[in-house]
Ligand binder design. Structure first.
Ligand code: NCD
Length: 310
């Protein structure tokens, strides 16, 4: 388990290449056990993982739950709508009370950037960031790296084109850090209102037209418009967006042979990704979802092992 030393996974920014390698290697080894048919491993027997989700989630929550169970851990779900947060309790207090009942790891999703960092400072548990505002979503970036490596063998040197609402996307930010650390070239594409030039300072190319980018990409990652993070009227017309930036069959046909289509979900079919491309042969979206279980097994194991060692 060399390469990984932290009891927390808070973000991809600043995470060393060796730490990322440790996750990817362990995920590859856990992969057979991520399948439902395999008997659960007892590696986390006696440990308890709590899901603390203050925003909706399908893939992330489900795969963290499956990952923990397939390692033999117990899993509890904190139902935000029924909990004391709605009565005015602070997130730190809620987390401390749950941990006081004998919880070892908290999987946290929050609308506020920085919540996982805050909890890591004030709560005695392993903290795994499952998405904080528009800031980071590290396990998504890790499962995307895993998927790219599975398909291309090597992430270094790949041309990755990320198209969408980059400014409001934690998936884009985590992927940018992760892909740059692993040696891929990243181009961020979308209208200027959604893709600020400031991203160039973080090591990305920025492009405001999709057509010229299609031929050079090995992987195109489509992201939805994050309506919940915009004030009404702040985003371009959805129809106009689909016309200029939507991945149609015609655009997909102009990609290189072997180029793949990725999407973290949830897909807005007919907007950023047309149904025939989402379900077409270049699409790896279900493979991404499946790889999420192995990645989350790896990070739970690495963080809890680091915590045990102190
Ligand atoms: C993403 C998220 O929640 O950040 N979804 C996911 O975890 N697969 C992307 C999104 O909501 O658009």
């Amino acid at each position: 388990m060399s390469g990984w030393s932290s009891p927390h996974l808070l973000g991809m920014r600043g995470l060393a290449r060796e730490a990322i390698e440790a996750v990817l290697e362990l995920a590859a080894r856990r992969r057979p056990h991520a399948e439902a048919q395999a008997p659960p491993l007892g590696l986390l027997a006696g440990r308890t993982v709590a899901n603390l989700f203050f925003e909706p989630s399908t893939r992330t929550r489900t795969s963290f739950t499956l990952a923990a169970r397939r390692l033999g851990a117990e899993v509890i779900d904190y139902a935000v709508a029924a909990g004391s947060t709605v009565k005015g309790e602070s997130t730190v207090d809620t987390a401390r009370n749950i941990v006081a009942m004998g919880v070892d790891a908290l999987v946290v999703r929050s609308a506020h950037a920085g919540t996982p960092v805050l909890l890591a400072r004030h709560v005695d548990a392993a903290i795994l960031n499952a998405g904080d505002g528009a800031h980071e979503h590290p396990t998504q970036a890790l499962l995307d790296l895993f998927t790219l490596r599975e398909i291309f063998g090597e992430v270094r040197g790949l041309q990755v084109l990320i198209v969408g609402d980059i400014g409001a996307s934690r998936v884009a930010r985590s992927n940018l850090w992760a892909l740059r650390t692993m040696g891929a070239e990243v181009t961020l594409c979308g209208p200027p209102t959604l893709v600020p030039r400031a991203f160039e300072a973080l090591g990305a190319r920025v492009a405001h037209r999709l057509e010229p980018e299609l031929e050079r990409a090995d992987a195109v990652m489509l992201l939805r418009i994050q309506h919940e993070r915009h004030r009404a009227g702040a985003i371009p017309s959805v129809r106009e967006y689909a016309r200029l930036f939507g991945m149609t069959a015609e655009r997909a046909a102009r990609l290189r042979p072997g180029a793949i289509i990725m999407h973290p979900g949830p897909i807005h079919r007919g907007v950023e990704l047309m149904p025939e491309v989402a379900d077409g042969e270049r699409s790896v979206v279900l493979r991404q979802a499946r790889n999420g279980v192995a990645i989350r097994m790896a990070v739970l194991e690495l963080c809890l092992e680091a915590r045990r060692r102190g």
